[in-house]
Every structure is written in structure tokens, then in C-alpha cells.
Ligand binder design. Structure first.
Ligand code: ADP
Ligand code: MG
Length: 734
């Protein structure tokens, strides 16, 4: 019997022409093991004659004031090293049929000099300028080598050439642009026809898609620009469609697995609690509460994402939901990603519960803190309190996942800063109750298209406004030379009752990275600049009790300044701390910077965030309009964009949108944690139309046929089982 086509594709790449065991091993390191894997290793870009200019045309463009990117194909004419003010410069002259142009390199001279030899042909892209001698000149351009034949095909017959990322594993085995193109070309020729369709005919026709083999072929070696576009569209659709199928399955299974609890939502307890608050809930908080209450009342289990920017007041909303659960005779859990945060929640909530002691059937509502690092006797005590329902509200960390934590009657699970937890962990906690209601909270605001995709199995509530009395935080970017002034500012502000955070990236000095460390600077600063004020230190290597003590002292205003690592990144709420100095700010990601900044500006005072970087260049240069940077520019200026984004924006949604742009579609935060496959083709921001239609079709399909029994859906079931098995465990299909 002949093997099935899909089985042939499972063969090792080693069976392909010009791949031996050594090269196969290198491919393996890139996670390309089978022939099928190789077929799905797509080009990072293509070259097409409509985007290429001759040297003379490009020159005319420059004369006319054009400042954008240009691509020219040229043959190496001369390679020379020039001395210029003590330094060497590499200059490579190229020619094409119309004339000459040149490229210069100021760095990595030796490396680049080795890559260009007389007579070789390259495609060069970048933003050329006119040199002072009037030559068309590129500085550090992007370049790709092509063969003479390819160059002719490209220019004369309009053939489109693919370019692949070639990681060092392959380069070391002498696989460069030419050889990889050859290897893939022969694989596409011999094997792409064997690819089995993964979408039903109905969907393919409805969505006007091309077939999978055709898409794969044209993504690699497009017959025309239109077919290249169609190929990409097809792969995008497929990718997001399967993700949405997984999401829809998850939702379906959660809603139908078990009936949940139906709670009475008119609560005397909550009414009394609201009277004890010294502020009024915002309209937004009230709106999300209505949504939450509706879910709690309904017998099907709640599965809701509560989104809201840092400082928007999610905790109080969560607490009200917990009180409803408690009033209905259930236990409620609040889970936090760090011990400090769990402790802070426990302290605040216990304090608030004390004001309520008379109302709740004559006893105090019992709040229990459960974290790792507690003494054994304490732990045993707490475990039995949870199991016997002596504890009503249980607040804890990852420690709550442990198997000996048993609840008597768990009705509500709240996960704070949910992006810090994996889906697997959440699932563990949910299994400790009988279909408990679930609220996951996130201060990492994400654009709608992303939340729809990643959290499509959740209903979403958003707190869209800040409490009224907030002033927006002022953010500055400074070079390190300004540190003395900044310290003086901090000292001045102490007189006005300000407390400050000073954040460093690491605990101890690390020579390799030359990063600042909290410990070293704590001891330096307490002897120098900050010797006249009171400073404290907190970092992740401290024991839980040490951390807790420092935080209590800071909260009680026993320190003016807290020197810290990122242990304070999430959730911490200290109203009087209104200055945040972040050192080596270029080391942090955008969402991390936003979270850190979110620690201040939680009261009525004007808050200040100061980002400090070693690189004075970063501190001084401005980026004018972030919306109009090309992808290459963005790439080069990522660090700068991150820092300037912080200065320019306070709005977490805007910041996360830029963050997504910077990270690119393949690296969406939380995808790994979400248990869904990584997205390679879809761009969450730009492809919203495809996402919408894929989502619609996927959700309708699961609603109609959740077990894939219809004939037309068998193809989808089969593909899910063979290619998405890892993600399926959270979405079980029958
Ligand atoms: P986050 O959404 O970042 O978790 P918190 O729940 O920690 O924010 O709330 C930030 C601060 O705002 C807390 O000190 C909280 O008591 C306060 N707060 C919450 N809601 C309001 C409100 N409606 N008016 C004024 N302050 C509020
Ligand atoms: Mg919070």
C-alpha cells in the first residue's frame, strides 16, 4: 500500500536533495524536522520588480526631494576601505545598467567587507541620500544576494524572489540565500501538492480563498503579486480560524460542563459596605458591577475578564463580587501573582471587613492570607480554616494551586493581574470548586481585537474611566548625568509629604550586563545624595517576612524613599508614593514600564515618573509621530520609541497598541500563557477584518456542531487532532 500523502510529508528533511544528517540537525534546531515543516518555513520578504528602481531613476527621485525607502539591484564594482578621521569606513560601489551608486558602513567593517566581492549581485534597500560628491549613497543598507539568473528573471520576466531568514545554525552549515532557496524550491515542487486541505470547501468558497497547496506554493514562489497576496490571506485566515475554533470550544465547554451557582444579588452586606467607603464608585465601576451581578445571578458559570487601566479601581469591584458570594454562603478566592500584593490585598480587605462586623450574621467576615513561605503550623491552620469554611475570603498566591488546598464551598474565583498566570494554573484553581464563577482581572489593557482573540472565551467588562480626582502623571526622560538634580527633586518633595520609589533592574551588580543593582545603590545613596532622608530597600531575594516588613514600614511612612527591584511592579497601592524613578529604563518592556508607573498617581497629588537612561542620545532625541514610522524604522528605534511612548502617553490602551506594534504579531504577550498556538501570520492590529470574519464562522460552527459530527466539519476535526493537539487539552473535543 502506498503511504498516505500526509505521511510522506512527515518524512525527515534529510531525504531532500542536498540535505545530509548534519544539515538536517541544523534545521532541527530551527524546529524544522519534517518536509512539511520546511514547506511552512515562509519567506520573510519578497523582491518584485515593481518595487525596484534603476540607479538613475532612484537618483531622480532624490533630486526631487524623495526621502523614503528605495531598492536598487546592482553588481559589485569596487570594494574599498577608506580612512576618515582616525576611523575606517567601508565603501562598496555598485553599478547597474543605468549607472553607479555606493554603500557605506561605519561599523562591522571587517564583517561586511567579507560579504561583498566584485561581480556579485545584490538587492540593496534603505533610504539613500546624495553624498557631498553628489553620489547616490546608502548607509548600512539592507542587502540580499541574488544570482545573475534571478536578477534577469526578476527584471525581465517579472518573477518574484523570496528571501528567507537564515539563522546562524544554517549559515554554519554553509546554507545561504541561494542554497536555501534551491532546497525550498525543490521541496515545493515535489511535495506541496501532497498537502491536504485543512478548511472545508464551504469555507474556502465563502471566503474566496485559494487552496492550501496553492497558497504554500505561491507564498514561496509567487506567480504574481496577486497570488502572493491571496496566499498570505489564506494562511492568515486559516491561522486565526483555528485559534477561534479553540477559543469557541473552550467557551462552549466551560458553559456546558456543569451548571454553576445561582446567587441572590440583592445584598444587605454590600449596601452597608458601600456606606463605609470614603468615595463614590465611578460610573464605569457601577457598569461593570451590573454585568458581574447578572452573571452571578445566572446559573451558568461566570467566566469574565475585568479590564481596566492601572489605578482604575478594579480591586473594589472584585471585593464587592466577593461579598455577594460570601453573603450567599460561599467562599471567595482572590489570587495575586506576588506575595507582596497578596499581603496588601489581605491587609486592606481585612481592615475594611472590620468595619462590617455587626452586619454579617453576627460574626466578622474572615479573611485568610495563604502564601508560600508561611510557617508549617500556620499553614496547617490555614488549610483547615479553608477546608472548614472558617475562612470566607481567601487571598493568596500560586501556593493556592497546591493539591492539599481544599475548599468547602468555593463559589467565586478572582485572579488579579491574570496575565501573570498560565491557563493551566487557572484551570487547577477552578477545579477546586464546583463550576465557580470566575473573574480574571488585567491591568494590561489590550486592544479589542486582541482581547477578542485571546480572551474570546471570556465575556469582557471594561472600566474605562479613572476615579475623578486623579491628575495625570507627568513623565520625563533624562540622561544619567541628571541624576543629582533628580535626587534633589526627590529630597525637596519630601517636605511636601511625597514618598518615592527608585527602581533598578537587578538585585546585585552584574558585571556582564553592567546594570545598576538595587543593593549597591541602596548603600551608595544612603551615604551620599540621600543621606539626609530615610530610605528603605526591597528586592526579590529577601524572605517573605523581610519584604512584608519593609512594605509595612513604607506604607506607614517610615521611609521617604523605597529602593526596589521590579518586585513592586504589579498591584502595589501606596497613596503617598508619587514619584517613580526608573533606572536603566531602556531595559524594561513597555507594559512593564506602564505597570511600574501605575504604582504612583493613586491619590490626589501630582505624580512624577522619571525614566533614566545611560544613553544620553536616547534621552535627547525626540520621535515626532509614532504613527508614521515604517516597520524598519520602528525596528531600529524600538528602545527609543518605548521610552518616548511613556513620556507621551498615560493611556494604557494606547501604550499597549504601540507595544503590540513593536513586538510584532508573532510575539503577543500572553499567547504562550494562554495555551493557544503562537500566531505567525496574523497581525492583531491590522488584520481585524479577517479576525472578525474568522471568529464569526468559528463560533457559529461550534454552536451548531460542537462535536464535529457533520460531514463537512470532519476535515476540521481531523486537522485539529493532527496539528493542534497541544492546545486542545484546554478545549477538549469529544
Ligand atoms: P487597580 O485597578 O490598578 O487594581 P486599585 O483597585 O488598586 O486599582 O485602585 C487604586 C486606588 O484607587 C485605590 O487606592 C482605591 O482605593 C482607589 N479607588 C478605587 N475606586 C475609587 C473611586 N471610585 N474613587 C476614588 N478612589 C478610588
Ligand atoms: Mg490592582
Amino acid at each position: 500500500m502506498n503511504p498516505a500523502p500526509e505521511d510522506i510529508l512527515k518524512k525527515s528533511v534529510q531525504y531532500l536533495k542536498s540535505i545530509g544528517p548534519k544539515r538536517a540537525e541544523s534545521f532541527g534546531k530551527m524546529r524544522i524536522v519534517s518536509v512539511r515543516d520546511l514547506l511552512f518555513y515562509f519567506p520573510s520578504k519578497h523582491l518584485d520588480r515593481t518595487t525596484i528602481l534603476t540607479a538613475i531613476k532612484a537618483y531622480e527621485h532624490l533630486i526631487n526631494g524623495y526621502e523614503g525607502e528605495l531598492t536598487i539591484i546592482g553588481k559589485v564594482y569596487q570594494v574599498e576601505r577608506i580612512r576618515f578621521r582616525q576611523k575606517q569606513i567601508l565603501k562598496v560601489q555598485f553599478r547597474d545598467i543605468s549607472g553607479f551608486f555606493e554603500c557605506v558602513w561605519f561599523q562591522g567593517i571587517n564583517y561586511f567587507a567579507d560579504l561583498f566581492h566584485e561581480g556579485e549581485i545584490f538587492a540593496l534597500s534603505g533610504k539613500p541620500v546624495l553624498s557631498k560628491y553628489g553620489n547616490l549613497q546608502y548607509t548600512h543598507p539592507d542587502f540580499d544576494r541574488i544570482t545573475e539568473e534571478e536578477s534577469n528573471n526578476l527584471i525581465n520576466t517579472g518573477k518574484i524572489i523570496p528571501f528567507y531568514r537564515i539563522p546562524k545554525e544554517l549559515r554554519q552549515k554553509n546554507i545561504g540565500d541561494f542554497s536555501l532557496r534551491k532546497i525550498i524550491s525543490s521541496a515545493v515542487e515535489n511535495y506541496s501538492a501532497l498537502l491536504e486541505e485543512t478548511l472545508s470547501l464551504e469555507i474556502i468558497q465563502d471566503q474566496n480563498l485559494i487552496s492550501l497547496p496553492e497558497a504554500v506554493r505561491n507564498y514561496h514562489f509567487p506567480e504574481s503579486p496577486e497570488l502572493l497576496h491571496a496566499a498570505i490571506q489564506r494562511l492568515k485566515f486559516e491561522e486565526i480560524f483555528y485559534l477561534e475554533i479553540l477559543v469557541a470550544l473552550r467557551k462552549h465547554n466551560y458553559k456546558t460542563s456543569q451548571p454553576g451557582n445561582s446567587m441572590k444579588i440583592v445584598s444587605h452586606l454590600v449596601a452597608e459596605f458601600l456606606k463605609t467607603l470614603h468615595f463614590q464608585l465611578t460610573k464605569s465601576q457601577l457598569k461593570v458591577l451590573t454585568e458581574i451581578k447578572k452573571d452571578m445571578e445566572s446559573p451558568s458559570p461566570m467566566n469574565r475578564l475585568l479590564q481596566g487601566d492601572v489605578g482604575s479601581g478594579k480591586t473594589i469591584v472584585a471585593l464587592i463580587a466577593m461579598l455577594i458570594a460570601v453573603d450567599n454562603g460561599f467562599q471567595a478566592v482572590l489570587m495575586a501573582p506576588t506575595e507582596i500584593l497578596a499581603d496588601q490585598h489581605a491587609k486592606n480587605i481585612s481592615r475594611m471587613m472590620n468595619n462590617l462586623s455587626k452586619i454579617f450574621s453576627g460574626r466578622v467576615i474572615k479573611v485568610s492570607l495563604f502564601i508560600g513561605g508561611q510557617k508549617k503550623s500556620e499553614r496547617i491552620n490555614k488549610l483547615s480554616g479553608i477546608e472548614l469554611q472558617e475562612a470566607d475570603i481567601i487571598i493568596g498566591t500560586h501556593a493556592l494551586f497546591e493539591h492539599d488546598v481544599k475548599f468547602k464551598k468555593l463559589g467565586l474565583v478572582i485572579v488579579d493581574e491574570q496575565h501573570r498566570f498560565g491557563v493551566e494554573q487557572r484551570a487547577k484553581l477552578l477545579n477546586k470548586g464546583i463550576a465557580p464563577d470566575v473573574i480574571v482581572m488585567s491591568a494590561t489593557p489590550i486592544p479589542r481585537t486582541l482581547s477578542m482573540t485571546l480572551y474570546g472565551d471570556l465575556d469582557v467588562s471594561t472600566i474605562s474611566e479613572m476615579p475623578l480626582d486623579r491628575k495625570s502623571i507627568k513623565t520625563f526622560l533624562r540622561g544619567e548625568s541628571k541624576l543629582p538634580d533628580i535626587y534633589n527633586f526627590i529630597i525637596e518633595k519630601v517636605k511636601e509629604g511625597y514618598q518615592s520609589f527608585i527602581v533598578y533592574p537587578l538585585v546585585e551588580e552584574s558585571e556582564k550586563l553592567e546594570l545598576k543593582s538595587a543593593m549597591k545603590y541602596y548603600s551608595d545613596l544612603s551615604k551620599t545624595f540621600l543621606k539626609d532622608i530615610r530610605i528603605g530597600l526591597i528586592h526579590g531575594r529577601m524572605s517573605w517576612h523581610e519584604k512584608e516588613e519593609v512594605m509595612s514600614l513604607f506604607l506607614a511612612r517610615q521611609f521617604d524613599v523605597l529602593i526596589s527591584t521590579t518586585v513592586i511592579e504589579v498591584g502595589i497601592d501606596i497613596t503617598d508614593a508619587n514619584i517613580m524613578l526608573i533606572n536603566d529604563a531602556q531595559r524594561f518592556g513597555l507594559s512593564q514600564l506602564h505597570q511600574l508607573r501605575g504604582r504612583i498617581g493613586r491619590g490626589t497629588k501630582q505624580a512624577y515618573c522619571i525614566l533614566v537612561t545611560k544613553d544620553e542620545y536616547l534621552a535627547k532625541n525626540k520621535i515626532h509621530d509614532l504613527d508614521y514610522l515604517s516597520p524598519t524604522q520602528l525596528e531600529k528605534q524600538k528602545t527609543m520609541v518605548r521610552l518616548h511612548t511613556m513620556v507621551q502617553y498615560n493611556d494604557g490602551f494606547k501604550i499597549s497598541e504601540i507595544d503590540l506594534k513593536l513586538r510584532g504579531p508573532g510575539d503577543i504577550f500572553g499567547t504562550a500563557q494562554s495555551g493557544f498556538p503562537e500566531l505567525k501570520h496574523i497581525n492583531i492590529i491590522n488584520d481585524s477584518e479577517i479576525i472578525m470574519s474568522a471568529k464569526k464562522i468559528a463560533f457559529e460552527l461550534i454552536k451548531e456542531d460542537p462535536h464535529f459530527v457533520n460531514n463537512k466539519n470532519l476535515i476540521i476535526k481531523k486537522n485539529l487532532l493532527s496539528h493542534y493537539s497541544a492546545s486542545l487539552k484546554y478545549s477538549k473535543i469529544a
